[in-house]
Design a binder for this molecule. Structure first.
Ligand SMILES: O=c1[nH]c(=O)c2[nH]c(=O)[nH]c2[nH]1
Length: 307
């Protein structure tokens, strides 16, 4: 919402970024659960006077926002998904403060995973995994909701069943066509859920945690294909599209999905001197690179959905 001030359009928001909180829960049988969240809050509120008249009387202090994260974490006596925690926080800011009309809460969850020792799950031991679960919620005073979740840093590699052929060849092209190469990427995905009100989200406390695992499974399975056979990838573009499409086909409460898949190149190694070949590439020795990398991204949404 823009205000007209001194003959200008003025838009503002304020919040607290990167508030870190850890939350442990203990079951009746003594089993622990743990999450670590990095929370960023942004409030759209009627506090223009602070900018233009040195009047802070309508300002929610960002220090108060930070404290609220810890208070709400304390109040969540049952383990809950990162999405539900973000919605709880956003609902609090829009309902508690008359001045606040919209709250935007972004959270990145650190991938602490329960340790298994000799096939047995540890009661209270966790180790850090790799990819991260993210969420962004926007809640309005009316209860209108926009809920997006995502995954960051999902690194995937396959050693065969990938190629790239038939692309434009011109005087600048040196890349040979191939049906045999390594395919490696680090997937960043985000997907929007179709729930449009805080009143209609599923009640199950870990519903969105399960959904996150469902999306991750679809992405990974579609990238690799079956364990023995795999699936041939004619390009990153084609594999990306299959992954996005399978998410929308399998998961009915997701209305759109965005994927970013850098093409992390593994270059063939050939070494030769003036009179002999030292290393001849036979789909075996590679030079891994992450710079430069191809950057391939797309989004796919249902016809009737808002992006
Ligand atoms: O899967 C690929 N897509 C491209 O667009 C591209 N461009 C390139 O040089 N290699 C590849 N690989």
């Amino acid at each position: 919402m823009a205000d007209a001030i001194d003959g200008f359009n003025f838009e503002q928001r304020h919040g607290k970024a990167r508030v870190r909180v850890g939350r442990a829960w203990r079951n009746d049988d003594g089993r622990y659960f743990f999450v670590e969240w990095n929370v960023s809050i942004s409030l759209l509120s009627d506090c223009v006077a602070a900018y233009v008249r040195d009047d802070n009387s309508d300002v929610v202090a960002t220090d108060t926002m930070k404290n609220t994260v810890y208070v709400k974490a304390k109040e969540c006596t049952q383990q809950l998904s990162v999405e539900d925690f973000a919605i709880e926080l956003a609902k609090h800011f829009t309902s508690f403060y008359q001045q606040v009309h919209t709250a935007i809460v972004k959270i990145v969850e650190k991938p602490w995973e329960r340790v298994s020792l000799e096939g047995e799950q540890h009661n209270h031991g966790f180790k850090l995994g790799s990819e991260k679960h993210t969420t962004e919620v926007i809640v309005k005073k009316s209860g209108a909701l926009r809920l997006t979740s995502g995954i960051e840093g999902l690194a995937l590699l396959k050693t065969t069943k990938s190629g790239f052929e038939g692309f434009i060849r011109d005087k600048y092209t040196v890349l040979p066509e191939t049906r045999e190469r390594i395919l490696a990427t680090e997937v960043t995905a985000s997907w929007r859920y179709s729930y449009e009100s805080v009143l209609t989200i599923p009640r199950k406390p870990l519903y969105f945690t399960e959904r996150y695992l469902d999306v991750k499974k679809v992405l990974v399975e579609t990238f690799f294909g079956t364990p023995k056979e795999g699936v041939y990838s004619p390009s990153v573009q084609s594999t990306l599209y299959d992954m996005a499409k399978t998410v929308l086909i399998r998961l009915s409460d997701i209305s759109s999905v965005q994927l970013k898949m850098p093409n992390l190149h593994f270059l063939p190694v050939n070494l030769s001197s003036k009179d002999n070949t030292i290393v001849k590439f036979d789909d075996d020795v590679y030079l891994p690179t992450d710079e430069p990398h191809g950057s391939i991204e797309a989004s796919l949404s249902r016809f009737w959905s808002k992006m």
